[in-house]
Every structure is written in structure tokens, then in C-alpha cells.
Design a protein around this ligand. Structure first.
Ligand code: FAD
Length: 288
């Protein structure tokens, strides 16, 4: 089986301590030579400046292809396009274009009166600049706001028609969830690349809560497995084995690209990548 192409998601740090953590994370994962890495944009656009700083600094210091996440929340079209333009000026050529969610506790998405009404409008406007390779979000288990799974797949198709080059999925726990979604997309005539989003489970109770909030289903066997592993102090071993097995199953079904949600904790992601045959590529001059 060929070695997969990999990519990593990070989030921008809000404190000095978190900055060091991000730095250590990127330093540990950069030698795996990802196709790209991406930096999230806080819910409600709350990390506008921090995301920009993280994207440009990682790009400069680590010679990585960095994608900036950008959402339409709480900003006029002009403001959103100005942010995109500042990325183009800084040499950033990849954007993960999303509608986004408001900050916690503020209900559902409401478009800014002068802002983009949805992700399609944002994608079209960014595509029209000709400056970016555009990636978008996709939902193997339908997004909570989707009318049904077919409507969700059709909406994704519209994102590709609007100018998206590839889609990255929400995370999921069973390979069949992604494979069914991939089939449904193919049946609707989607030919664009769909990259599965993979979450190494460093903290099961936290990830479980996060999963339920995003509408991902949580299989009972996973609860049982982590309950036993926690009793035996073996959570990391279980997490590495489960994540490696999930990736392996996907690759056996022809998946060539994997996008890891690192949560700025690099060890599990690194171990899984190693297990999948992705080896660090370190220049000799950096070793001596
Ligand atoms: P869309 O796909 O446009 O909308 C979500 C769903 O709602 C659609 O799939 C569709 O079924 C339905 N829908 C929406 N509008 C319509 C319409 N007009 N007609 C019919 N159906 C409609 N959030 C952040 O705040 N910052 C981030 O950095 C971030 N990064 C993410 C990265 C990835 C890879 C993913 C998958 C999600 C990310 N999110 C992020 C979360 C995302 O913002 C939320 O899931 C948000 O609710 C939807 O954004 P979207 O662009 O996927 O929306």
C-alpha cells in the first residue's frame, strides 16, 4: 500500500504558553513533510489577527504550505475580502473557506447585513480573485443544519461548482461513515477531492463532547474500549491503535490523503503517521 499524503490542522494560540505548544507541535510534525497544514479561525471570527500571525509565521519559519481558515461570521464582505487580500499579499495561496459558527451561546448563524450569506457566496468571491487554492468543509454525517444527507451532499456539490478545489471532512470514528459519504458524493457527480478528517483521540471525554456537538455519532464500542483502557492506564496505546486502524482501513479503500486534527498535541498524530509509513525527512545539515 502506498504511503498516504498527510496534512495537519492547528489552532492559533491565545497565550504565551499556547504559543510554545503550537511551536513544539509544528516542530515535531514538520519533518513529516505534510502536503499542507491549516490554521483555524476562532468561532465568530474571534482569532482574526492570531490566525493571520500563526499562518504567516509558520509559513516563514517552517517552509510549509499553510492554509488559512476563513469564515463569513460577523464581518462585511469588504472586511472578509480584505483579510483574504492580506493573505495573498503575504504569499499565502491556500484558504479553507467556511461559513462558520457564531461564538458559543449565540444561537445559530446569522449573516452580517453586509456580509456573505453562506459559504457558497464566500467561495465564489474568493475564487473570483484567482489568488487561492480553495478547500471547504464537508460532513460525512450530515451537518446539523442540513435538511437531510442528500441535501448536504448537493450543497457540497455546489461548493465545488463555486470554485472549491478540495473538501476536508468533519471527523468520524468508523471508516464506513466516510466510505458511504464518498459513495453518495460520487453518485451525485462530485469529482473533486474529498479528504477525510482524522482525529487522534487524546482525551476521550473531551472528544466525545465535541463529537456530539458537531452531530458525529459515538459508537457504544468506543465508550466501552476507552472505559477499559482508562482503567488500565492504556488510553494512549488504544488511541494510537484505533486511529492507525481507521486510517489503514481508509487507505485499503483507496484513500490517499489524510487530514489530521492535531488540537496542537503532536505525539499521537506523529505516532500514527509513523505507523502508516510516513517517515520524517530531515536534511543532513539540520542533524549535524
Ligand atoms: P456550509 O457547508 O455552507 O453549511 C453547513 C450545512 O448547512 C451545509 O452542509 C448544508 O447542508 C446546510 N446549509 C447551509 N446553508 C444552506 C443553504 N443556503 N441552503 C441549503 N443548505 C444549507 N468553524 C470555525 O468557526 N472556524 C474554523 O476554522 C473552522 N474550521 C473547520 C474546518 C473543517 C474542515 C470543517 C469541516 C469545519 C470547520 N469549522 C470551523 C466548522 C464550520 O464553520 C461549521 O460546521 C459551520 O456550521 C458550517 O460551515 P460550512 O462552511 O461547512 O457551512
Amino acid at each position: 500500500m502506498p504511503v498516504p499524503r498527510i496534512s495537519f490542522e492547528f489552532f492559533p494560540p491565545k497565550t504565551l504558553e499556547a504559543s510554545f505548544k503550537l511551536w513544539d507541535t509544528v516542530r515535531m510534525l514538520a519533518p513529516l513533510r505534510p502536503e499542507f497544514v491549516s490554521v483555524t479561525y476562532g468561532a465568530g471570527g474571534t482569532t482574526r489577527k492570531l490566525t493571520h500571525e500563526a499562518v504567516t509565521t509558520i509559513g516563514k519559519q517552517f517552509d510549509l504550505n499553510v492554509a488559512a481558515h476563513l469564515t463569513c461570521v460577523d464581518a462585511t464582505r469588504e472586511e472578509t475580502l480584505a483579510i483574504a487580500d492580506s493573505y495573498a499579499q503575504a504569499g499565502v495561496t491556500e484558504i479553507v473557506a467556511l461559513r462558520g459558527d457564531p461564538p458559543k451561546g449565540q444561537g445559530g448563524f446569522t449573516a452580517h447585513p453586509d456580509g456573505f450569506a453562506n459559504s457558497i457566496e464566500l467561495i465564489e468571491a474568493l475564487a473570483a480573485t484567482g489568488n487561492f487554492n480553495l478547500r471547504v468543509g464537508a460532513y460525512p454525517e450530515p451537518h446539523p443544519e442540513a435538511a437531510d444527507s442528500l441535501a448536504d451532499v448537493r450543497w457540497l456539490k455546489r461548493k465545488f461548482e463555486a470554485g472549491a478545489h478540495s473538501a476536508i471532512t468533519q471527523f468520524f470514528f468508523e471508516a464506513e461513515t466516510f466510505l458511504r459519504f464518498r459513495d453518495a458524493c460520487a453518485a451525485e457527480g462530485i469529482e473533486g477531492q474529498i479528504i477525510p478528517g482524522i482525529i487522534p483521540i487524546e482525551n476521550w471525554s473531551g472528544i466525545r463532547k465535541f463529537a456530539l456537538a458537531t452531530g458525529a455519532s459515538v459508537p457504544a464500542w468506543l465508550d466501552e474500549a476507552f472505559e477499559k483502557a482508562t482503567r488500565d492506564g492504556r488510553e494512549d496505546l488504544l488511541a494510537t491503535a484505533l486511529c492507525t486502524e481507521l486510517c489503514d482501513k481508509l487507505m485499503r479503500e483507496g484513500v490517499e490523503d489524510l487530514h489530521f486534527y492535531t488540537l496542537n498535541r503532536p505525539t499521537l498524530t506523529r505516532d500514527v503517521c509513523h505507523a502508516l509509513g510516513v517517515q520524517p525527512q530531515v536534511a543532513l545539515e539540520n542533524v549535524a
